[in-house]
Design a protein around this ligand. Structure first.
Ligand code: ZN
Length: 192
């Protein structure tokens, strides 16, 4: 079982079924209890179940310079469109549906010719907010920024980092991304 109060992402393993049963916003898969939403891990001791409590719903304003966590919704020729799900270090929920865009020129310090192989739909990434009006723009330049969790495009299992690439522990598929230096650590509150 992971530590209570830890911020978790969908697909994160929080406990095993011998310890706790699945409860609010968790589900069981192959003897493991998995988080279904973004939130804080809690143990319901009356029911001995694992729960994920959504972050508080107080509206949160976004500012230039904030470190943000987003889920990729769409990848076009020149842009990545994502939904902002969390602001690092601020334990409140982002107000409403907030979409942000990352232009291809802001993906990496290196020249990016194609977004294919950098980001894919469903990836969870860390970026910095560089503009809020008229639309939210983010950057993932720098080694601390990029994908912190990605799922296999073949079988949806969370991918595991092997050197500079990502590998699927279930089906063996190998994928490329613009990976953050702490990929897999699940640290949603690292402020950079
Ligand atoms: Zn796979």
């Amino acid at each position: 079982m992971i530590e209570e109060g830890t911020t978790v992402l969908p697909g994160d393993k929080v406990a095993v079924s011998e310890e706790l049963k699945a409860g609010k916003s968790t589900y069981e898969e192959n003897g493991e209890i998995i988080a279904a939403v973004v939130g804080k891990f809690r143990v319901n001791r009356e029911e001995m179940s694992a729960e994920v409590e959504p972050l508080s719903s107080t509206p949160l304003l976004l500012h230039i310079g904030d470190t943000a966590i987003g889920e990729v919704k769409q990848v076009t020729e020149a842009m990545v469109i994502l939904k902002i799900i969390h602001i690092a270090g601020k334990h409140r929920q982002v107000a409403g549906e907030r979409d942000a865009a990352i232009h291809i020129s802001n993906v990496s310090d290196e020249f990016v010719e194609s977004l294919k192989g950098k980001y894919r739909i469903g990836d969870i990434l860390r970026g910095k907010i560089i503009r809020v009006e008229p639309a939210i723009q983010m950057s993932t330049r720098g080694k601390e920024f990029g994908v912190i969790k990605a799922y296999c495009t073949n079988c949806r299992s969370p991918l595991v980092k092997k050197g500079e690439i990502l590998e699927c522990p279930s089906c063996g598929r190998v994928e490329e991304r613009k990976i953050a230096d702490d990929y897999g650590a699940g640290d949603l509150d690292r402020v950079i």
